[in-house]
Design a protein around this ligand. Structure first.
Ligand SMILES: [Zn+2]
Length: 684
């Protein structure tokens, strides 16, 4: 055995950050360092937890709650660098470490939440909370911490704890099986076609189908697969109605084809276990358990949102269907309009109504100008400014560093951004923090970063974005602002530490400012001529946004309603798929539209717990952002200073320091109604 290297956490570059601007000194960090530093940092955190739990003094906020929140700084430091590298600049060594570190971390944190002595101290404070004269934020952190322990089973007796642990383990392995079964069905099914079968398909669809056939050993042919990125464009463009039907049936039956990969019994078992878990923890249903720490709070609140949207979506879809049927008849079809016709005729209608070429827009959206627009909007709304510091080495030479300053010139924190795709980066776009901002203890200034995957232009040329990419940049920057503007005491409620149905508000709301005319006039300048985007082009782009809303809203909301129907009952349905069919019938689901995700392949809900009783959140956030932006529109000024200040104080700066409903109401004066979202979607 090699000698154990001792790690000095007080001096190691992964845990003691001594680079420029207080960043880690990335240049002196080797991939080989992580493993030993993680082990040492986990041990150090464990010792801190033991010391807090074993303290002989009576529990106080300081010696227990604050000590717990501030414990584990070296672990936070090494983790934040590691997960940044794992996403934005990985390699084989980092990937191997990921597989080693994930289970270690999860064992470590479940041991903390099962620590009985520690919970006894938290519980003691919680029971005395009314007499402790706590400020509102501290009280909330105490309550959230206590609830977190309870939800992990801290109050159960030994048998209950054991059963809960078994349920969690079973659920997690069933979740894995569920996902693998869907993958197996998607992998094993392919419809091989030849050149003559491709009528209507654009080149980009043909080339991904050719590649899919090639990887399945059918060189020179074309494969329709059940990957959404092939299935959707195929059924949108293919003129072969018979093939669209075959693809549609296969796609909607994923996970329900009998045999080893069938998810019927997996779903049945999962719903039973979830209902049991909820009962064990004292909740009336699994939805009640999941929604307890969200903004919606109850299944009823979710229905108050979804039900009126559902009605409007059905009306809109039914009107749209008439128009599509007209097109089908004109095109010579005398078959009954079916689910595999919808995307096809909708695309025909789209070209008829909103023909414009994305390529016309791109020259107006230069990356550097869109970044300026993001910063400019933040300055106008919140008074903060951004100053780039060149020559700071971060995790990769493409990463850029900006000092964020308050209106009075004082330093607020750092913003790092890494915009271009490369093979060491995972796909997608995201925001995260190297450090979050809070005041407890010695305090901490936020160090926030954004990762994007834009195509890198040849040297000397400007990077150009599509509208969607520019939107993504604004979206992630909105999350970044949530991290940078944070103004709270306690680390556990800093920045984006808010509930799942509230966290997309700051990001989705920020997207609205991209299309504010004053912003585009100033920043959307043609890369060659420097001229602003013509009004006619802008109008077409804006009008096309609501097209197809009936279909999109019906397919989404049907899935969200089924998710709630499963989880809001106290028991589990005996036959989930029959229950799905009955519920859809009661909802008057049109037979010409399929759910976006049917039960046997509804990964959000059954591949793990992530969005179970939570698929509604996407629409919930949309209600919030549409209503919040409507507040600015109502004043006639998209930068209304008084409103912007309320927005900063109650949304972007407040983190999770108060109940989200209280925060939203403080900003807007009332809770949102779905009205603005339905207007934004074009449903009314
Ligand atoms: Zn987001």
């Amino acid at each position: 055995m090699p000698p154990t290297k001792t790690v000095d956490l007080a001096a190691h570059p992964l845990t003691k950050w001594q680079g420029p601007l207080g960043l880690p000194d990335f240049a002196s960090i080797g991939d080989g360092d992580f493993s030993a530093v993680f082990d040492a940092a986990l041990k150090a955190h464990e010792a801190e937890i033991d010391a807090i739990a074993g303290n002989k003094d009576a529990p106080t906020i300081d010696n227990t709650l604050a000590a717990l929140e501030l414990a584990g700084e070296p672990l936070d430091h090494v983790s934040s660098i590691f997960w940044c590298r794992a996403g934005a600049h990985t390699n084989d060594a980092i990937q191997a470490l990921e597989r080693e570190i994930s289970p270690k971390m999860s064992r470590h944190f479940s041991a903390v939440s099962m620590n009985e002595k520690l919970f006894a101290r938290i519980d003691d404070l919680y029971q005395r909370r009314e007499t402790l004269k706590l400020d509102a934020e501290t009280l909330r952190v105490l309550e959230k911490t206590w609830k977190g322990f309870v939800r992990s089973g801290a109050k159960l007796d030994a048998d209950g704890k054991k059963r809960l642990a078994n349920i969690s383990e079973e659920l997690s392995s069933l979740g894995t099986t569920f996902g693998q079964n869907v993958l197996a069905d998607e992998r094993d099914w392919a419809l091989f076609l030849d050149e003559a079968d491709l009528a209507g398909l654009p080149d980009f669809v043909k080339s991904s189908m050719a590649e899919a056939a090639e990887t399945r050993g059918q060189n020179g042919r074309y494969a329709v697969t059940l990957s959404r990125s092939i299935y959707e464009p195929f059924t949108t463009f293919s003129e072969r109605r018979d093939l669209r039907e075959i693809a549609f049936r296969a796609f909607t039956m994923r996970g329900q084809n009998g045999g080893a990969s069938d998810n019927t019994s997996v779903v049945r078992d999962m719903l039973k276990l979830r209902a049991e878990k909820a009962k064990l923890l004292g909740y009336g249903s699994f939805a009640a358990l999941k929604l307890d720490d969200t903004m919606a709070k109850t299944p009823k609140a979710v229905h108050d949102l979804l039900d009126p949207v559902w009605e409007k979506a059905l009306e809109k879809a039914s009107a749209d269907q008439k128009e599509l049927e007209r097109l089908a008849t004109e095109a010579g079809s005398n078959e009954k309009f079916a689910a595999w016709d919808w995307r096809f005729y909708q695309e025909k209608l789209r070209t008829e109504k909103f023909a414009f070429d994305e390529a016309e827009l791109k020259p107006y959206l230069q990356l550097d100008r869109v970044i300026d627009a993001c910063f400019d909007v933040a300055t106008k709304l919140f008074g903060i400014t951004f100053e780039e510091k060149k020559g700071i080495a971060a995790w990769h030479p493409d990463a850029r560093t900006f000092v964020v300053k308050n209106a009075d010139g004082s330093e607020r924190g750092l913003f790092l951004a890494d915009y271009f795709a490369r093979s060491s980066k995972r796909s997608g776009a995201w925001m995260s923090a190297l450090k979050s901002g809070y005041k407890l203890g010695n305090g901490s200034k936020p160090v926030i970063y954004n990762i994007m995957n834009f195509a890198k232009p040849p040297a000397g040329e400007a990077a150009l974005l599509s509208v969607d990419e520019a939107k993504t940049l604004f979206h992630e920057f909105g999350h970044a602002l949530h991290g940078m503007l944070t103004d709270v005491t306690w680390p556990s409620v800093a920045g984006t530490s808010v509930s799942r149905d509230f966290v997309e508000l700051p990001s989705q709301l920020y997207e609205h400012w991209l299309t504010v005319p004053a912003v585009l006039e100033k920043h959307a300048l043609h890369v060659k001529t420097g001229k602003p985007m013509p009004k006619a082009l802008l109008d077409k782009m804006l009008a096309a946004r609501t097209f197809g809303a009936g279909f999109a809203t019906v397919e989404f909301t049907a899935s969200a309603l089924i998710d709630m129907a499963y989880h809001a009952r106290s028991d589990a349905p005996a036959e989930p798929l029959e229950f799905e069919a009955e519920t859809l019938e009661k909802l008057h689901m049109p037979d010409t539209i399929a759910m976006r995700h049917r039960t046997p392949h509804f990964g959000h809900v059954f591949s793990g717990d992530g969005y179970s009783a939570g698929y509604y959140s996407y629409m919930w956030s949309e209600v919030l952002d549409a209503d919040a932006f409507a507040a600015f529109e109502e004043t006639g000024d998209p930068f209304n200073p008084a409103l912007a200040e309320r927005l900063r104080k109650n949304i972007y700066a407040a983190g999770g320091s108060k109940d989200p409903e209280e925060l939203y109401t403080a900003f807007r004066g009332k809770m949102p109604s779905p009205e603005a979202m339905m207007v934004k979607r074009g449903l009314v």
